[in-house]
Design a protein around this ligand. Structure first.
Ligand code: PRP
Ligand code: ADE
Length: 177
């Protein structure tokens, strides 16, 4: 990522104080979606980083992870697999609970969506505490998937998510810190 590309993406992300709770500075990627050159650049940067690395599937986490994971999967020519909030996926699922910067929830994946030996890349819009991606990685590993990398548009580096994921054997790649 060049400094210029990182700036283009950074400048398109609006910051909203005290949303959804006092003390949270919300980094709003919907403003990146409204800037097509910056949005396309973000997808291209992620796809270029992981092209020819042997990735067989991209997993994205509801909801904002879909906005980046699915276009990157298409660009790489591999499957996109959604990880969703409870009760949304129609086929048999497994589930993991996790804590969020502002609450707790659980996540589910289709049991048949990952095969043993799949090399899986996880994509989300933003890394905060890392709880969402820790739960996502556990789901993929329970199904026999090999996951060593997670990619984000934004890393809120002061919340320690990168270290938490590194401790699980996950390398983090982000476009903006
Ligand atoms: C946000 C964001 C990440 C997660 C990051 O999603 O899109 O998925 O929080 O936080 P963490 O690193 O502390 O887990 P949110 O759960 O708000 O759901 P949404 O995408 O459906 O809005
Ligand atoms: N998800 C968790 N923390 C967030 C933040 N500060 N901004 C946007 N999304 C988030």
């Amino acid at each position: 990522v060049t400094a210029q590309q990182s700036e283009l993406i950074k400048n398109s992300i609006k910051s909203i104080p005290d949303y959804p709770k006092p003390g949270i500075l919300f980094r709003d990627v919907t403003s990146l979606l409204e800037a097509p050159v910056a949005y396309a650049t973000s997808i291209e940067m992620l796809a270029n980083r992981f092209r020819d690395t042997g990735v067989t599937k991209v997993v994205g986490t509801e909801a904002r992870g879909f906005l980046f994971g699915a276009p990157v999967a298409l660009a790489l020519g591999v499957d996109f697999v959604p990880v969703r909030k409870p009760g949304k996926l129609p086929r048999p699922t497994i589930s993991e609970s996790y804590e969020l910067e502002y609450g707790t929830d659980s996540l589910e994946i289709h049991t048949d969506a990952i095969n043993a030996g799949d090399k899986v890349l996880v994509i989300d819009d933003l890394l905060a505490t890392g709880g969402t991606i820790e739960a996502t990685v556990k789901l993929i590993r329970r199904l026999g998937g090999d996951v060593t990398d997670a990619a984000f548009i934004i890393n809120l580096f002061d919340l320690g998510g990168e270290q938490r994921l590194n401790n699980l054997g996950i390398n983090c790649y982000s476009l903006v810190n």
